[in-house]
Structure formats: C-alpha cells, structure tokens
Design a protein around this ligand. Structure first.
Ligand code: TTP
Ligand code: MG
Length: 630
C-alpha cells in the first residue's frame, strides 16, 4: 500500500493514497419508480393518480408517489398508512408473478441496447447497462460543426435506427453542477463527451420505458457501477443524474457527502464495525445504536487518523471474514469499483421458492412435510419452465413426446440445493437478528434432473423426503415446536448445458442422462459436505457473515471446490469450522423456543442485509424482497 506523510500541527500523519479510478467504461443505472405500484397501476389504469399502496402481509412493500405526497412511506404498517391517508387504495403484492414478468420485459428492452450484452438486473427493479462500445461508436460519429443537430446511432448496421439530440448540453441533471461556460471548455475532454452522449442515451431509454411500457424511472450515469447507482439516487423520481468523473475532487466530494451505509457493496455489519471504530464505541453482538452509527459519513471514515486499507482490514478482521475486505472498502470510499456489469443471460442465477408462516408458525412434522412437498413441487415446476426447453421444438418425432407432452431437455442445471428457515425471534431477544435465518446446502440430488418418465409430483415427493427433510434435521432438532416462520428452498450454482450438436454426444434426452451420471459422481464425492450459508442474496461485502466463505459476489452458492480454491485451505475444514461456530448459537435459539412469547408488534430490527430498520412483523416480507432476484 502506498502512503505519504503529511504534517499537521507539527505532528506527522501517515495518509494512505487514494486508489486510482479507471474511467474507461460508461455505465448506466436504471431504478424504476415505485415499481410494484407502477406494475399494478399499469394493470388497472383507472388507479393512476390515486394514492396507491402495495401490501405484503401487514406492511406496504411500496406506495406510489401520490401516496408519498400524503406522507405514506415504503415499509409502513398498513394501519398507519390508512391513518395518514384515508383515501389510500391498497392492493395485494403477495403474488410476485406480475412484478417478475414486468421486470423481465423491461430488462429485455434495456438489454438490447448494450452491444456487449452486459445488462445486469439487481433485484426486480434495477438494471445496470454497460454501454461503453455504443458510446465510443457515437463519439466517433459526432460532427463538431453541427453538435446541436446530432444523431445517436443505436445500431452499427442500420444508420437510421436512433434518435436526434443536442450535443451541446447534457440530458437531465449533472453532478457537480458546472457553469455552462466551463462546460463548453470541458467538452474538449473526451471523457466529458462520453458522459454527455451517455446522458442522452439514458434519457432516450427512460423515455421509451415510459412511452412504450408505462414505467417512469430514475437514472444514473457514470464510469462504474457504484458511481452510476449513487448518481441515480440524487434526483428521484423520474429524473436522471450524470456524475462527472472529470476530476478526482468531483468524485471525492460526491462520495464524501454520503453516509457510509448508503454505499452499495458495504453491508450493514461492515458499516457497523467501521462506524463503531470511528466513533470508538465497543461492538456488542446486538448493538442497535443506529442513531449514532448511521450518521457516519464517508468523509469521516476517510479522514479518521491513519485510515488506510490496512486499518480497515484490521477493523473488519473477524472469524469468517473475507481477506481483502479492507482494500475493497477503501476503494468504495473513493468511488473506485472495478466490478463488471454481468453478461446478460436468459438463465436465472438461482431459483428460489419460499413461503412464510408468520401468523401460524409450523410446529409439527406433518405441517412441515406438507409445506416441504408444496415448495418442492413449485420448485421442480419452475426448474422445468425456466431451465428446460422442448427437445424437439416441432414435437414432430413421437420419441420426443411423453403422454402428448414434448420431451424436455435441460439448457442449464443447478448444482446446489439450499434450505433456509427462519425461526421467529423472541421479542427483546439479545441474539443477533441474522441468526434467526439459517441455511444448509448440499449438492442437488441427481434424480431431480431426470426428465424421462417422472412426473413433477414424483420428483417433488422424493426431493422433500430424501433431501429437504434431512437438511431440515441438520438445522433443527427432532423435537417439535420449532416456531418456523419461513421456509425457502433454492437451487443455485447454474451450469450451462452444451447442446448435443455442440458436443456431438447424442440426443438431448441423452444429455439429461449425462447430467445424471455426472451428478451421481459429484454427489458421491460431496455427500458429506454441508455448507452453512445464512445470507443468500444481496450483493454486499460483509466480513462478519459466514456466507462470505461460501457465496460469491453473484450470490450463487459456491461449490466446495470453489470454496477450497478461493480460501487456499482444506475445504472440509472451512465448512466444518463454520458449522461449529454457528451451532452453539443455534442450540441456544432452539432451547429458547419453548419459552415463546406473544408477538410484540412494536419491536423493530435492523435488516442484516441492507441495514434498514424494519418492524419485526415486516422482517419476512423484507427478507423476501432481498431474496427476489429473478
Ligand atoms: P425500491 O426500489 O426500494 O422501491 P420502489 O421502486 O417501490 O420505489 P422508488 O421509487 O423509491 O425506487 O424497491 C423495488 C420494489 O421492491 C418495490 O416496488 C417493492 C419491493 N420491495 C419489497 O417487496 N420489500 C421491501 O422491503 C422493499 C424495500 C421493496
Ligand atoms: Mg425503484
């Protein structure tokens, strides 16, 4: 690490150098305004303009801006929202299908505008686009003598496909605001021209989202994902902001104005450790002193005496923490983020099905098996819809049909099966809230991939009894009375299947048999390994989470060999160590279960993924929000 010596008041302070930012890329970020509410408004146009809330259990997952004008807020209890806004229309948002469908349609449209096909969804309502090559192409086309009458070409092959724009000014807001006189000078700077072009592309795409699909959005434009996302939050809703990365002080001032917790990629537990250090408060396991913690800004952290990647690494050094976290955080503080926008894929990174039982937690083996079967059935069905295609699309060959149904073949298959449960915590519990949710993973049993002669129900039955029930037993003791408020079953770690024509190894159904064979070998090898993985989804960097050892930044569960490679140690040891360190707490949770108390609706907890304060009854709906990525 490079350092330099500064003298202040006679004392020498070692100041770590700021990392270097790479501004070669151009990244757009889109966040649809009040997304679930907009989906429901589009389905019921008569509702437009009326205050509308979207209900999940007893809270509002979101509300439209007409409701927000009355003081209604996201995640507000419905009763409170009705008090503030008696005319509020409340619709159910429990069925995520319409939101998923809308999200896919909008994403497909945006995706078609990244020539490199780098278009990444974050949850259902945010999209990153890498448009570096589109912008470079249009930069070449700019006619300096007729900037006001410029034409933005959306296709390399069709010069008429595009839109007209005025290249003497940015579209939307810019940050920092620059005097128009200076802007003319800045336009000699190629980076500034790229950002200007990108602002027009973002403006055009946002307009299309609104006109052609009915969705307004907020946009951020900059040179990496972190900066683009943060820029997009500056002017919400229905507006956009271009962060000019033309000078380091522009970027640093922008970053410094944010609270540490606002920086995407810094998880709430990492933020807590740093805040505690900066404010010199000792960290207690259930420290909930949010008022103090949430005030710490990036500037305060950066300017803390002797702050450096090494000091951050020491602050974040906890059992199970990821090496290199200090440097990653240091980079984020300076607006440096090299992470790529992921290449678009039609195959989801994971499929997860869950149900919640907040009002009536599950307590008996019969209830448990009934729910495991139901969830397994939905999961197998979704896998066959999302990951398989008709082997013979014309259904012309009798061999490709089964009971009149086309024979399917996998285009991708998951390697990992994960079961997560949530035990409702006791009000006033001193146990850290994230330990309420616990997970175990194992290789996906091969029979799930058998597409021939097996009904969805038969596969689901085996999945429930031969895999999910044993996984559950590893999480919870045999006796009843678990107070189980959530079950989530997820398959992840997708592997793309090469088509038979690409491999030359026989037909599609044979492909499935090959997968089966491969799985049997893999299963035998990995049978004994179980991965403890409590935080499945958010793309956060969180050193205290044991998931740091078993999930990658794509949030797919890594298989044991990947864990092994990543850590450079014996994989079995890593996993066993995690199980050991987590089990004592798990036992104390279980032993508390008998002394269960009535739900206290006034209790709040902090979400361990994003740090939001959520009323205890809303935790599950909120966790569900995090777990939706497809
Ligand atoms: P957000 O982008 O946080 O909210 P939003 O799009 O409704 O509003 P904004 O205009 O401020 O961007 O979340 C996207 C959707 O995710 C939101 O419409 C509802 C859902 N959601 C939940 O289901 N649970 C939650 O806890 C949150 C925060 C969101
Ligand atoms: Mg949104």
């Amino acid at each position: 690490m490079k350092t330099s010596a500064l003298t202040s008041g006679g004392a020498k302070t070692i100041v770590a150098r700021a990392p270097k930012r790479n501004d070669d890329r151009v990244i757009l970020h889109f966040d649809y305004d009040c997304f679930y509410a907009s989906v429901l408004e589009n389905a019921n146009p008569g509702l437009k303009g009326q205050p509308l809330g979207v209900k999940q259990k007893s809270i509002l997952a979101t509300c439209n801006y007409a409701a927000r004008a009355h003081g209604v807020k996201k995640l507000m209890p419905i009763a409170e929202a009705h008090k503030i806004c008696p005319g509020l229309v409340v619709l159910s948002g429990e069925d995520l299908t319409p939101f998923r469908d809308a999200s896919k349609r909008l994403w497909s449209f945006l995706r078609s505008h990244s020539w490199s096909d780098r278009a990444e969804r974050l949850g259902l309502d945010e999209v990153f686009l890498d448009v570096t090559d589109v912008i470079a192409y249009n930069q070449e086309l700019l006619n300096r003598n007729a900037l006001q009458d410029s034409f933005f070409q959306l296709s390399r092959h069709d010069p008429e496909k595009g839109f007209s724009f005025d290249a003497t000014q940015f579209f939307g807001c810019i940050q920092p605001s620059v005097d128009p006189k200076d802007l003319t000078l800045l336009l000699d700077n190629p980076l500034c021209v790229r950002l200007l072009l990108a602002s027009h592309l973002a403006g055009y795409l946002r307009l299309k989202l609104e006109e052609d699909f009915g969705y307004t959005s907020s946009g951020g434009i900059s040179t990496n994902k972190t900066l683009a996302k943060l820029a997009g939050s500056v002017n919400k809703p229905q507006n956009q902001t271009t962060l000019l990365t033309l000078r380091d002080d522009y970027v640093q001032d922008f970053m410094d104005g944010h609270k540490l917790r606002q920086i995407p990629g810094i998880g709430s537990r990492i933020a807590q450790l740093i805040e505690d250090h900066v404010l010199s408060i000792s960290t207690t396991p259930d420290s909930r002193d949010l008022e103090i913690g949430t005030k710490v800004t990036v500037r305060e952290v950066r300017q803390y005496p002797s702050m450096s990647p090494d000091l951050l690494e020491r602050i974040l050094d906890r059992p199970g923490s990821e090496r290199g976290s200090g440097e990653k955080v240091w980079n984020f503080l300076h607006g440096v983020d090299a992470s790529e926008v992921k290449e678009a894929s039609d195959v989801p990174t994971q499929i997860s099905i869950e149900d919640t039982y907040m009002a009536r937690p599950l307590n008996t083996p019969n209830e448990l098996m009934r729910e495991l079967r139901a969830i397994a059935t939905s999961l197998v069905r979704r896998m066959r819809v999302d990951l398989a295609v008709a082997d013979d699309p014309d259904h012309s060959s009798p061999a490709s049909q089964q009971d009149g149904q086309p024979q399917l073949r996998w285009i991708a298959y998951p390697r990992t099966l994960r079961l997560s449960t949530f035990i409702r915590p006791k009000p006033n519990s001193t146990i850290p809230e994230n330990l309420g949710r616990r997970s175990r993973s194992q290789p996906l049993p091969s029979f799930v991939l058998n597409l021939k002669d097996t009904s969805i129900e038969a596969v689901a039955e085996r999945l429930a009894s031969e895999a999910l029930l044993p996984l559950f037993r590893r999480l919870h003791s045999e006796r009843q009375g678990w107070n189980l408020a959530l079950i989530n079953v997820c398959v992840a770690n997708m592997v793309m299947v090469a088509r038979s024509s690409e491999t030359g190894n026989g037909g599609g159904a044979g492909g499935a048999r090959d997968i089966g064979r491969m799985f049997r070998t893999q299963e035998d090898k990995l049978r004994e390994w179980t991965v403890y993985d409590p935080t499945p989804i958010a793309p956060v960097l969180d050193s205290t989470s044991s998931s740091a050892c078993v999930t990658d930044t794509n949030d797919d569960v890594m298989d044991i060999e990947e864990v092994n490679k990543e850590k450079g140690v014996e994989a079995v040891e890593v996993v066993e160590e995690l199980i050991e360190t987590s089990d004592p707490v798990a036992i104390s949770l279980d032993s508390d279960a008998d002394a269960w108390e009535e739900e206290d609706e006034d209790e709040s907890q902090r979400c361990h993924l994003c740090g939001h304060i959520i009323p205890i009854f809303a935790i599950l709906a909120h966790e569900r929000f995090h777990s939706v990525d497809d």
